[in-house]
Design a binder for this molecule. Structure first.
Ligand code: DAH
Length: 360
């Protein structure tokens, strides 16, 4: 059949020139579609004599097969090229370092609270909690603080607002953690050993006072607990907390309405070049208030003072944090300044415990 060679060359050329799948499909339809040039020639075979057909048939079939093969090959080549292009554009360097993300830190108050909790847990104290908005009976009366006591005035205490027709008892933002003693005694009875860390509030603001700060209360009640037990527990606590063996404490007679006798406790220390050293030197630093629980307080907690006695103490957590970690200004604790938090904060995964080292 004439012209097959020309047809072949033209289609093979068009196939190799097709630059995308749509162009390739157009070539296929033109050659092999229902009305394609080669399909029409196949149809003409019927009009031929058997001799003519014997020659033209195989030649046309061969051409059809060759063009099909070329179409398939070109299609694969186009797909490869497209993939190649995509890989080039979407190239990703998996060896690049990851984008750094800022890691948060544990606030010194949280850190020190954990340290204190770990130490007292080791001494057999569990943790108790109470509300920060407290009935003034728990905050004052139950602790033997009489109505005329100066701390009850509006000057030091934040009173909750009360509408004229509100006949609920007055409430305050608790001024100390001591009311947790009463709540715990009422709930758990005696014997008992707890600490109660938490927020407290007083109307006060200067370099060492903020309107909100943190205390930890301690309470131990049993049949024959004495000041000697108190002294040992506090010494043991200071040794562990300051991580110094030769801690020396000084008990100074004092007065608190809720303890009798009462003592303020000072820690022997030295300040050299602004650096605090615990257990040496000629300075004494007040760190806490303590005493034997007043019989009236035991009674307010529902415990019979003829059968039970105990000691209590209250420590300023923020102050301990300032001392241990050399932080000069209390107010900065609550400014939420990220630079300060990064500087004084602690690694989140280093949980304080007595065996791994308190400060991680
Ligand atoms: N509640 C006292 C305060 O806020 C601290 C205190 C002193 C607590 C003596 C006690 C204690 O439990 O026995 O200043």
């Amino acid at each position: 059949m004439d012209g097959l060679e020309a047809l072949r060359n033209r289609y093979l050329q068009e196939i190799s020139a097709a630059s995308d799948e749509a162009a390739l499909e157009a070539v296929r339809v033109a050659a092999l579609g229902k009305k394609g040039e080669i399909s029409l020639k196949m149809r003409e075979l019927g009009k031929m004599t058997p001799d003519e057909r014997k020659i033209a048939g195989p030649a046309l079939n061969a051409l059809k097969a060759e063009i099909n093969t070329a179409l398939v090959a070109r299609k694969a080549a186009l797909a490869d090229a497209a993939l190649e292009e995509r890989l080039k554009n979407e190239w990703l360097d998996v060896t690049l370092p990851g984008r750094p993300r800022r890691q948060g830190t544990i606030h010194p108050v949280s850190q020190v609270t954990e340290e204190i909790t770990a130490i007292f847990a080791d001494l057999g104290f569990s943790v108790a909690e109470g509300p920060q908005i407290e009935a003034d009976w728990y905050n004052f009366d139950a602790l033997n603080i009489p109505p005329e006591h100066p701390t009850r005035t509006e000057m030091d205490t934040f009173y909750m607002h009360k509408a004229d027709d509100d006949d609920r008892p007055p409430h305050v933002l608790r001024t100390h953690t001591s009311p947790v003693q009463i709540r715990h005694m009422q709930k758990a009875g005696a014997p008992t050993r707890i600490i109660a860390p938490g927020r407290v509030y007083r109307a006060d603001y200067d370099q060492t006072h903020t309107p909100m700060f943190h205390q930890v209360e301690g309470l131990a009640i049993d049949r024959d607990i004495s000041m000697a037990n108190l002294k040992w527990v506090l010494e043991e606590f200071c040794r562990a907390f300051f991580e110094v063996d030769n801690v020396e404490l000084r008990f100074r007679a004092s007065h608190f309405p809720f303890t009798e006798p009462s003592a303020e406790v000072d820690l022997r220390c030295s300040w050299e070049g602004g650096q605090l050293k615990v257990g040496e030197g000629d300075d004494w630093m007040e760190i806490l208030g303590s005493g034997m629980v007043h019989p009236k307080v035991l009674r307010a907690g529902g415990i019979d003072p003829d059968e039970w006695q105990g000691f209590a103490f209250g420590i300023g957590i923020d102050r301990l944090a300032m001392l241990k970690y050399g932080i000069p200004d209390l107010r900065a604790f609550f400014d939420s300044d990220l630079r300060w938090l990064r500087h004084y904060g602690f690694a989140a995964l280093a949980q304080p415990n007595l065996h791994g080292g308190l400060s991680g």
